[in-house]
Ligand binder design. Structure first.
Ligand code: SF4
Ligand code: SF4
Length: 158
């Protein structure tokens, strides 16, 4: 799936960078742990992983629902697996992620109102509700307009 993965915790972790003026002891570059596995390639709803270690970002649901500012191309209709913001299917199916561990950071928990929202609630979401349930969330990256676009796209048939 082209994300960094480790044998200890898979790929569900944050990547950070430290800028320091110390000479540190560093370890070796990560090695290939995929072997003959093609689970992520096979599972990608939009066939965005075009060859091992290469994701065509323009086909990836995460790009289409978060970064793209225009309309989502009609060619993706019916292929989005109902994802309205992002997609982690390729990581969900990765066998290394059976070693991933749940976080213990309360700030990462979803707003309680989110968990009770019905399909109708999502279709009718207002900017006020959006601002409330996604306060401090990365979902704000797509903005209210973007989320509405994504939901409409999933519901439209033409
Ligand atoms: S995030 Fe989803 S759409 Fe993007 S490469 Fe992974 S499985 Fe495919
Ligand atoms: S699903 Fe398989 S091929 Fe894809 S990243 Fe994980 S181990 Fe590698």
């Amino acid at each position: 799936h082209s994300n960094l993965l480790t044998q200890q915790v898979g790929s569900f972790y944050f990547i950070a960078e430290l800028i320091v003026d110390l000479e540190l002891e560093y370890d070796t570059p990560v090695t290939d742990h995929c072997g003959s596995c093609t689970a992520c390639i096979d599972a990608c709803p939009t066939q965005a992983i075009i060859q091992p270690y290469v994701v065509d970002g323009s086909k990836c649901i995460s790009y289409l629902t978060i970064e793209l500012r225009d309309e989502i191309p009609a060619s993706f209709r019916g292929k989005m697996d109902d994802w309205a913001f992002g997609c982690d299917v390729c990581q969900d199916v990765c066998p290394w992620n059976r070693f991933s561990k749940p976080h213990s950071e309360p700030l990462f928990n979803p707003h309680p109102d989110l968990l009770g929202m019905s399909k109708k609630d999502w279709e009718e979401i207002t900017e006020e509700v959006f601002q409330k349930v996604f306060k401090g969330s990365a979902v704000k990256r797509t903005k209210f307009k973007g989320l509405k676009r994504n939901i409409s796209f999933l519901n439209s048939s033409d």
